[in-house]
Design a protein around this ligand. Sequence first.
Ligand SMILES: [Zn+2]
Length: 142
Amino acid sequence: MEFEWKKFNLPGYGPLKIKYIKNPEKPFIANGGPLEGIKVDKYFFEYFSKKEKNACIWHEMYHTLFSTVLKKIKNELFYCQKQANWIEEFEADKYAANNYNKKITLDYLKICKKLYQQKIVIRNPKTHPPIQERIKRIKKLK
Ligand SMILES: [Zn+2]
């Protein structure tokens, strides 16, 4: 897939390189994993403020740093694939709220909600929990 490296300075972490995917098969916002690193779509640049981008990248950092194959296998032993994926999303949101900022993480999730509602980005229920549930859980965080 065609991509361009972009420099990104993540407050609280430091400089990073992220991949800007120019023509993804399906629109997305951002995703990350231990092997592929962090990838973003044009919507990441178009719809989010500087601070919301930081919250988004902190969320993806969780996937990049902590989503190990071993952990996935372990979660799938106890949960079905979908549940294991949803747990990881909740954890990544919490990680962004704790490492960066709760209020801004909520703002980031609200923009995601808008993109889902307008069907600009389609949520995959196998990988992502309902956005309202993600918002609710971050609101409840102390
Ligand atoms: Zn995620």
